[in-house]
Structure formats: C-alpha cells, structure tokens
Design a protein around this ligand. Structure first.
Ligand SMILES: *Cc1c(COP(=O)(O)O)cnc(C)c1O
Length: 495
C-alpha cells in the first residue's frame, strides 16, 4: 500500500515514510492511495477475535512493510491489561433500545486519543528502522486538551523520541492541565501558549515548515515529527474500533451482519469521524455519519451549506477538545469526495489559508450529504443533555459525548431515521467533573482532585484509576510562552 499527498498525488510514499513524516512536504496530508475492501467473511471472522487481533488484521491491510509479528507485538503492548482497564479495550454499552455507546476512554489518559496514541509510538519507532533514519524524532504536539496527555503517555520513554506538547493556556480543562503538568518520563516537555488552540496549532505547523529551524534541529540530530491527528499512524488505529464495534454488535445479536449502523461522533479536528468514514469505505455497513459540534460549529455549516468559513468568533466551551475552527483532517475527506482531485484540494486549502474560506461545488456537496449529517449544541444544551442521559438512561456522559447525544436526538427528530446508532463516547466524565456536577444540579463543588470523589459519591460510578492517581503526583512543568517564541522553547528543550 502506497501513500500520496492530498495536494499532490504524483509522488508515492511508503507507510513507514508517511508515519515518520507526518505531513507531506507540500503541506498536504499523506493518505492511502486506495482503501482496501474487507473480504465478505471478514466481519464474521473478526467477531471471534480479541481486540488486539482485530487491530493486527485491519492494520496489516495498510502497512505492508510491517510484519504480522511486529504488529502483534505492538497491539499486545498498546492495548494490554497494563494500559486498558477492560479486556474488551473498547466496550460497546447499550444506552437504550437502538442507541449504543462506544466507550473509547478505558485507556491510561481516559480519553479516546489513547487508542491511537498508544499505537503510534510503536509504529513510529518501527518506521525509524525501516526508513534507515539516523536522526531521532522530535515530536511536537499542539493540543486542545486530550491529545497532549495521550501523546505524552504514549511516547513516554520510547527510545529515539522526544516529545514537547504545547497547549492553549486558557483553553483546556483543569484536569487536562493537571494531567499534562504532572507527566512523568525523561523525554517529555510541556509548555502553555498564550492564545487559543488555533494559535498553538498554527504555531506548530509554522515550525514544521520553517527551513531554518529544521536545519538547527538537523544539526542537533533530530527531525520534526507529528503526533497530531493528521499523522496516518493516528487515523489508522481509529478505523479499527469502528470495525470492532460493528463486530461486537453482530456478536451480541444486536445487529444482523449486513444491517446498517449509524455513527454519531463529537467532532473537532475531524480525525475520529474520518476513521468511521474510512471503515464505511472498506465495506462495513455503516449508514449516516453524524458529525456533532459544539458552539464552534464550522463543520455543521460546512456540511449543511458547502461553505467552510473560519472567519467567525472562537468560543471556549465545556467541550474544549472540540474548540477548533480549522479541522485539519477534513482535507482527507475532501480528497475522497473530489475523487482524489489533488489540484482542487490544494486550491481549497490555498483559499482557506488566504481568506479563511472556501466553497465546494454542488457535486461535492451532495456527495458529502449522502454520507454525513451534522448538528451542533451549545454549553447550556450540553448540560441539559448530561442530566437527561443520566436521569433517563442511567448513562454518565462527559460534555463531549453529551454534545453527540444531543445532536443525535435532534437528527432523529428531524429525519425520522431510527437506524441503530453508535455514539462515540470520547472521554471519561471524571475528566470534566465540574461540568458534570453542575449538570446534575450540584453547585457546592469540592476543590482540586477531591471533586472526582464527589462525582463518584453522587453517581456511584468509580473514579478511573489513572485519574485517581493524579492526587499524589508532583507538578513537573509550569512554563508558558507567547506564540511568537515557540521555536525558542523547542531549541531549549532539545539542548
Ligand atoms: C479529541 C477529542 C474529540 C474530537 O476528536 P477529533 O478527532 O479531533 O474530531 C472529541 N472528544 C474528546 C474527548 C476528544 O479528546
């Protein structure tokens, strides 16, 4: 399987190259040249396998240069019992008669990023050998919250890598910040940026394409690599859990093999829902993919009108991991929807860069709407939804997941589509205790990490072990920087 850039498909890259580089030299995203189809018997076969085996099966279709033995080692480490608190890895929980939650937060940082970020470091360190790269990888991450901790935990003490995470100073939840600032490991760094997520992300992207800075890194024996969700090594492990969930639903008898399943995903950078789209392209019988946004509803507008316009106010919300105005992974969807028209995609991205806006034609728009529905939900409705789902369905949802439940409810009412639906449950509610307690009407809230015990006491749900352990960890990082000086922080970190 070869990989091509969404902005120039004339040059091909191997899987290992795609993973090492993160981004194509032309600024495009490295994407499989085609999507392999699952053979007809695959779902039935996969249904009998463990999650780790399913991961090996699916990833093997995309990663020619990696042996099954290597992939098996990676999967056993990434998704083993020392990392995930359930043998199922991503359990599917029934919420009501035709709604299921895909719980993606049973890993070490209690958010869905773990599924990809526990795997990516293995894929990357394997790729360094395969590409005969002599330098070590310097991973730069811009995070709106959960990616940062997930990447730190995934790369911690992985040989030949160093990782530096930038997060927006006032744009992440208290628990997310504490998780990052207490990170352990000898190859890690964390720095706050004055600004919002887009400032941090734009700063990181700039550094990636700064030739002078790359040269300075080279002299120190490093090269830049990305753990952001644009890296193919992030998207691929996410395809696995949609296929896995479908298998589980067939296995439990909730679905007959072949029956349609809708997917509803709380969306920010468009990585998670893109993986669902790829699973569908591979032949999993998925129906509508419902893209749920918070008040930063640039994707709702795009999927409804065909106009992507980032010229709008940026809101800091209770679902910070979705506070994004430039959804990077959307570029891969555009590539697919235009029939791999790299020139057209490059043109959209040029317009986005220059004017903050682009518009797709009618043909692309109708293709988008064939696969996707979209909606959004503000903070007020998010809190009401947390309360409703808890009281009516006995399901405790974090604010991101609640956005998805709310949008699904609205979609069902408007469309009459009652297809069974899988909602991506993307974070543990214990990462956002203040929002969840507020939603449940509890205004007297405990301080610091005690708030987790309070939420546990109120709901009877246990505090996940990795969050409970935060109480005893010392703060290791307290640096912050303005966005103009991010490159200085990188050079300090590597010296
Ligand atoms: C990252 C994240 C999202 C958004 O996922 P994308 O792949 O960026 O669309 C949603 N919810 C949570 C909890 C997240 O951490």
């Amino acid at each position: 399987m070869q990989y091509i850039s969404t902005r120039d498909k004339s040059k091909e890259y191997s899987a290992a190259q795609a993973i090492v580089q993160g981004l194509a030299p032309d600024g495009g995203l490295l994407t499989p040249a085609y999507l392999p189809k699952l053979p007809g018997h695959a779902i039935a076969e996969l249904a009998e396998m463990s999650y780790q085996q399913r991961a090996v099966y699916v990833m093997n279709l995309f990663l020619e240069e990696y042996s099954v033995k290597e992939l098996t080692e990676y999967a056993v480490h990434a998704y083993g019992p020392q990392k995930f608190d359930t043998e199922l890895v991503v359990p599917v929980r029934q919420v009501d008669q035709n709604t299921y939650a895909l719980e993606l937060w049973h890993g070490p940082t209690c958010a869905f990023k773990d599924l990809a970020l526990q795997m990516l470091p293995h894929l990357l360190s394997g790729a360094l050998g395969k590409t005969e790269e002599g330098r070590d990888a310097c991973i730069l991450v811009a995070t709106s919250g959960d990616t940062g901790k997930g990447a730190l935990e995934g790369f911690r003490d992985v040989p030949r890598t160093k990782i530096l995470v930038f997060y927006p100073k006032d744009g992440v939840a208290a628990m997310q910040e504490l998780q990052m600032r207490t990170q352990q490991g000898d190859n890690v760094g964390v720095c706050a940026v004055e600004g919002n997520f887009d400032d941090a992300q734009t700063g990181v992207k700039k550094m990636f394409s700064d030739p002078a800075l790359r040269e300075q890194l080279d002299q120190r024996g490093y090269f830049f690599s990305s753990a952001n969700s644009i890296n193919w090594g992030r998207v691929l492990p996410q395809i696995v859990y949609y296929i896995s969930a479908y298998c589980d639903l067939v296995k439990s008898g909730a679905l007959v093999n072949g029956e349609a399943l809708n997917i509803c995903v709380p969306t920010g950078n468009f990585g998670n829902i893109l993986a669902a789209y790829y699973a569908k392209q591979m032949g999993v019988p998925l129906g509508k993919l419902i893209c749920a946004s918070n008040r930063n509803n640039v994707l709702t507008d795009f999927l409804t009108t065909g106009v992507y316009d980032r010229n709008r106010p940026f809101y800091t919300t209770r679902s910070p991991s979705m506070d994004i105005l430039i959804s990077s992974n959307l570029e891969r969807l555009l590539f697919s929807m235009t029939g791999s028209d790299d020139e057209q995609v490059a043109e959209y991205m040029r317009q986005l860069q220059e004017t903050g806006r682009y518009e797709v034609g009618e043909a692309v728009k109708s293709r988008l709407q064939k696969h996707f529905a979209a909606g959004f939900c503000d903070d007020e409705r998010t809190l009401l939804e947390i309360e409703r789902i808890w009281k009516e369905k006995n399901y405790l949802a974090d604010p991101h997941t609640a956005v998805a439940f709310s949008v699904l409810e609205e979609y069902r009412a408007a469309s009459g589509d009652d297809t069974p639906t899988l909602v991506a449950s993307t974070a543990s509610p214990f990462k956002f205790c203040d929002s969840v307690l507020t939603a449940l009407g509890i205004t007297q809230q405990a301080q610091g990490t005690d708030i987790m015990d309070q939420l546990s006491h109120e709901t009877g749900c246990p505090v996940p072990a990795p969050l409970a352990a935060l109480k005893d960890k010392p703060i290791r990082f307290s640096q912050s920087t303005c966005k103009e000086h991010m490159a200085d922080r990188v050079l300090e970190f590597l010296s």
